[in-house]
Design a binder for this molecule. Structure first.
Ligand code: CP
Length: 310
């Protein structure tokens, strides 16, 4: 007789989840924000494997696990793992599946997280794979948008900077495309233009978007200005990075005619694309956005492990 097994729930691409699941996770995030310490992970071990540097994603996942009463194994630098001896990603993930109930992984190669999910016997959460996807960031970005705008429908969203390599942009535009009437303005130099596959994705769904190379006038209509860092680590030569590294810098003086309700988001880290004088402006929301990461990641962990019903 055929054995019925429940498919494990990974989070690899934001498109793996439905709009109903986004909304469900955001409701859970609100519940965790109201009550962050819940012993849902007692007796469980989460492996946190970072093959690429991180501050926010790793620490907010680890904070979330601690707040849920779980335990953590893993590494923040793959140089301290047997990868340096030549162990493959396949073998690393097979091994870690033996130890942990859930794997949170960041890796520099696009597709590495999907591969890990295929190999692993436990759920895998993609904490960023190269220039591809960063779905947990997207869910915290959406939670931040709901908190500041009260909705995800009918938004005017400006995405600024490195739209080629910026994985947070790729995940976020796909998620927001599930809601009513988004209007996207993509502001990037030609070298960092949004890749064709994402322009096709929007065209196929009749989503309104425009591309620009300057942003001073465009931001006045925006509900959300989503700034991004030029991703130095993804360029093939230092010269190519030097040519675009200072392309857009958002300054306080540029915000005078923006909507009162507009909020500036940035996945962080920033280099110089938001001047420090913006930090005290009421439009700035990026540090609160990073705080929202803890509650959203508590929700993602609880959801992928099926630990909580709301
Ligand atoms: N937003 C983000 O992914 O930041 P880290 O690289 O510090 O994790």
């Amino acid at each position: 007789m055929e054995k019925l097994t429940q498919r494990k729930r990974d989070l690899i691409s934001i498109t793996d989840y439905t709009k109903e699941e986004y909304d469900h996770i955001m409701r859970m995030a609100a519940e965790f924000e109201a009550s962050p310490n819940q012993q849902l992970l007692q007796g469980k071990v989460v492996a946190v494997l970072f093959f690429e540097p991180s501050t926010r994603t790793r620490l907010s996942f680890e904070t979330a696990i601690n707040r849920l009463g779980g335990r953590i194994v893993g590494f923040s630098d793959s140089n301290s793992s047997s990868v340096t001896k030549g162990e493959t990603l396949h073998d690393t993930i097979r091994m870690v599946s033996n130890y942990a109930d859930l794997i949170v992984m960041r890796h520099p190669l696009e597709g590495a997280a999907r591969y890990a999910a295929e190999v692993a016997s436990v759920p895998v959460i993609n904490a960023g794979d190269g220039a591809n996807q960063h779905p947990s960031q997207t869910l915290l970005d959406m939670y931040s948008i709901v908190k500041t705008q009260g909705r995800l429908d009918n938004l005017n969203i400006c995405m600024v900077g490195d739209l080629k390599y910026g994985r947070t942009v790729h995940s976020l535009l796909q998620a927001l495309s599930q809601y009513q009437n988004p209007v996207f303005h993509f502001i990037a130099p030609p070298e960092l233009r949004l890749p064709e596959e994402y322009r096709l994705y929007l065209n196929e769904r009749d989503i309104d978007f425009a591309e620009h190379t300057e942003f001073t006038s465009v931001i006045n209509q925006a509900d959300i200005v989503y700034m991004t860092r030029v991703q130095k680590e993804r360029f093939s030569t230092p010269m190519e990075y030097e040519q675009v590294k200072n392309v857009y810098i958002l300054r306080n003086s540029m915000l005078a005619n923006t909507k009162n309700t507009m909020r500036i988001l940035h996945p962080l880290p920033r280099v110089n694309e938001i001047a420090p004088d913006v930090d005290a402006n009421p439009h700035a929301y990026y540090f609160e956005q990073a705080r929202n990461g803890v509650f959203t990641r508590e929700a993602i962990i609880a959801y992928t492990l099926g630990l909580k019903n709301i």
